[in-house]
Design a protein around this ligand. Structure first.
Ligand code: 3NM
Length: 211
């Protein structure tokens, strides 16, 4: 296991989403950084790879200038080509072992899990943090597993010990605190941060200062 006890997660972990925000990835990254984000994931499910690569390059440049770490959802190739800090992989993406071989020891690798069994199995993988979700119902992602609730999250925390743990799925500005109290080190959010796209920096800052 590489580093499953060493990676220091920020309390709030924003994910970009062009559909929710109506903004390019680099613009979302800029606004999130202005609000105080230090770790950001680019999440893109529709754009042609060429365009996503260009947007990723622009976002990486902005992030590196501010000392912010940028993680790419699913696409190990684009993370590598655009010199991002790492990738976030789902259960059906390239296996973390293969991604680690391509990206090297210093890359950040996150991994999505959806129940206690998957989370426990992931503890031996060469990853830096685990994500668990959906905690609550969400309309941002359609192919989600059953909702875990706060009880499910507590059970996962118990099963994974001190492993860096990100909670995701349907988390709002008002439920974020109870999600942290139930055992998450960090809350990952899309719609709660991005749907009011004229206030992304302010929304991030307000949530971050409360957690
Ligand atoms: N992954 P929102 S739920 C990207 O369960 C993602 O693994 C999930 O968006 C999982 O904060 C989810 O708008 C959607 O609910 C998160």
């Amino acid at each position: 296991m590489t580093g499953l006890t060493r990676f220091d997660l920020p309390r709030v972990y924003p994910l970009t989403d062009v559909k929710t925000s109506g903004l390019a990835h680099a613009d979302q990254v800029q606004l999130l950084i202005a609000g105080g984000a230090t770790l950001i994931q680019l999440r893109e499910k529709q754009m042609p790879p060429r365009e996503f690569y260009e947007q990723t390059k622009a976002a990486v440049e902005i992030a590196r200038r501010s000392g912010v770490r940028l993680i790419i959802n699913d696409r190990v190739d684009i993370a590598l080509a655009a010199n991002a800090h790492g990738v976030h992989l789902g259960q059906d993406d390239m296996p973390p072992e293969a991604a680690r071989r391509l990206l090297g020891d210093r890359a950040i690798i996150g991994y999505s899990t959806h129940d206690v069994e998957q989370a426990t199995k992931a503890l031996t993988l060469p990853i830096d943090y685990l994500a668990i979700g959906p905690i609550f119902a969400t309309s941002t992602k359609t192919d989600t597993s059953p909702v875990l609730g706060l009880e499910g999250l507590r059970a996962v925390r118990k099963a994974v010990g001190a492993c860096p743990l990100v909670a995701i799925g349907g988390i709002s500005l008002t439920t974020a605190r109870e999600v942290i109290e139930a055992g998450a080190d960090s809350v990952a959010l899309i719609s709660a941060l991005l749907s009011k796209s004229t206030h992304i920096s302010e929304t991030f800052e307000a949530l971050n200062s409360r957690l």
